[in-house]
Design a protein around this ligand. Structure first.
Ligand code: BG6
Length: 304
């Protein structure tokens, strides 16, 4: 994006001292939000939130120190938006994993200040000939992001065509943790999960989720809030959600992280993905004229 396009964005959507558009890493355009409650950065490519730091706190969102910032390539860390499918495409293995929304440009459609001091920005992804190859349906996809002491994201899929559509989606959030080996994730006790590292066997969670090896699971029918308890940072991250029936829990551990090449040295120790998702059995069918919201809120709580 050139300087003229950035100035046009600042003129139309900038909010003095609170929301500005600028050139970010790798030349990707970013929105920077600074208000009395938090600071955040969002790349226009993928409407990809890169950081959110509530005032007086440590970063809540993990971004790899070796993340690559290139047009058309998903960024490692932050909050990638997976849409309109999750994981590999069901029938076309050559299609991009987790859909195309995370690696295409989005347009800004609204910005505003909210009474409590938070800042709101909404993005829309445009259908193009390139995206029509993967998704030959008429639909709209919007992401609203509210940056405050709580971070809220609302991913809205509208079916604007004449036939029902079925989507998988995810807010594939990478959370920053002190040491993944010493955290515990609550909220999934008793849920059935698909273990992607054990031939997709279905298993049952008992107690909190803890980590001592590569972990890649889709928890089904899992609509409850999740809590990431992190004694090392003396904090708990509360993940509230609506319109999400599955939760994916992922950490690549050492060997896979090394194969991936963009996780940073030992980066896997300081992150965990707890993804609010509709995947596998939980994909969503949307009738013509209807819309579906995948909504999440993240907030910090002090761990006594
Ligand atoms: C998780 C999947 O959601 O994303 C994993 O469950 C996958 O299987 C991971 O490895 C990262 O995916 P990607 O495409 O960003 O490397």
């Amino acid at each position: 994006m050139n300087m003229t396009e950035l100035s046009v964005l600042n003129e139309h959507f900038g909010i003095d001292d609170q929301l500005t558009f600028s050139e970010g890493p790798g030349g990707l355009a970013v929105v920077e939000i600074v208000n009395s409650l938090a600071v955040a950065t969002i790349a226009l490519q993928g409407a990809h939130l890169l950081s959110w730091i509530p005032r007086g706190e440590q970063p809540v969102i993990w971004l790899s120190r070796d993340a690559r910032f290139k047009a058309g390539q998903s960024i490692r860390g932050g909050v990638p938006v997976c849409w309109p499918w999750f994981g590999p495409h069901a029938t076309h293995p050559s299609y991009p994993a987790h859909g195309f929304a995370r690696s295409v440009p989005w347009q800004v459609c609204e910005t505003k200040t909210i009474e409590d001091g938070a800042t709101f920005v909404a993005f829309r992804v445009m259908q193009t000939d390139a995206t029509n190859v993967f998704w030959p349906h008429t639909s709209e996809l919007e992401l609203g992001i509210k940056v405050g002491a709580t971070l809220e994201l609302d991913l809205i899929t509208r079916n604007t065509g004449p036939e029902s559509i079925t989507i998988g989606d995810a807010l594939h959030t990478y959370f920053a943790v002190s040491d993944v080996r010493h955290i515990a994730v609550d909220g999934l006790d008793g849920c059935t999960y698909i273990d992607k590292l054990d031939s997709d066997k279905r298993k049952q969670q008992s107690g909190p989720v803890t980590f001592n090896a590569e972990t890649d699971r889709i928890y089904l029918d899992a609509s409850a809030d999740c809590l990431i308890n992190d004694a090392g940072m003396q904090r708990r991250i509360r993940i509230g959600k609506r319109g999400s029936r599955s939760t994916v829990v992922w950490n690549p551990w050492l060997e896979k992280a090394e194969r991936m090449g963009d996780m940073g040295e030992n980066g896997y120790l300081n992150m965990v993905c707890v993804e609010s998702t509709n995947a596998a059995d939980d994909v969503v069918t949307i009738a013509p004229g209807d819309e579906h919201h995948l909504w999440v809120s993240y907030q910090l709580e002090t761990l006594a």
